[in-house]
Design a protein around this ligand. Structure first.
Ligand code: GDP
Ligand code: MG
Length: 163
């Protein structure tokens, strides 16, 4: 069985775009509207020399008030339990939100290793959000652009010790 990598983050940070980037096919639906992805999606991911199963989650979507709905959180918790590593995606352009902090707190309490990704980091618009992400207490954030394929070598290096 391949190692499993789960993508976690609030709506609209680019989880499904990252999933598509790693799977290489447009299996997950991407949309400007939050909440398009339902449930979990599994894909065969390839990143340089690494092969793993990637899981796209939507556990924090359908959540207009940005609070943790118990049932959705439970679903993500179940998915996290079988994962070897979690990719926690934040939006480097938008900066951190209270929901990012809440998910970060939740992941810090989890035994699963976390790789923190500051997505949408292409160009200079993501520099502030990248710096903010250090405050999550989940190690050094990796600047990536799922849309443009930037930072994939750094992601590879961060995943390598965990897979
Ligand atoms: P999800 O809700 O976390 O699954 O986010 P999506 O993958 O659906 O992406 C939400 C929006 O962010 C879409 O409009 C994407 O095109 C956009 N997006 C995703 N990755 C990037 C990126 O690296 N850079 C920029 N500028 N936009 C991105
Ligand atoms: Mg999605």
């Amino acid at each position: 069985m391949l190692p499993q990598v789960i993508i976690i983050g609030r709506p609209n940070v680019g989880k499904s775009t990252l999933f598509n980037r790693l799977v290489g096919k447009r299996l997950a639906l991407v949309d400007d509207q939050p909440g398009v992805t339902r449930d979990r999606r599994f894909g065969d991911a390839h990143l340089l020399g690494l092969d793993f199963t990637i899981v796209d989650t939507a556990g924090w979507e359908d959540d207009e008030a940005e609070t943790l709905p118990g049932r959705m959180r439970q679903q993500t918790e179940a998915a996290l339990a079988t994962a070897d590593v979690a990719l926690f995606v934040v939006d480097a352009r938008a900066g951190l939100t209270p929901l990012d902090e809440e998910i970060g707190q939740w992941l810090r309490a989890s035994p699963v290793p976390v790789v923190l990704l500051a997505n949408k980091a292409e160009g200079r618009a993501g520099e502030g959000g990248l710096l903010e992400a250090y405050a999550l207490g989940l190690g050094d954030p990796i600047a990536v652009s799922a849309e443009h394929g930037e930072g994939m070598g750094d992601l590879f290096e961060a995943l390598l010790p965990h897979l």
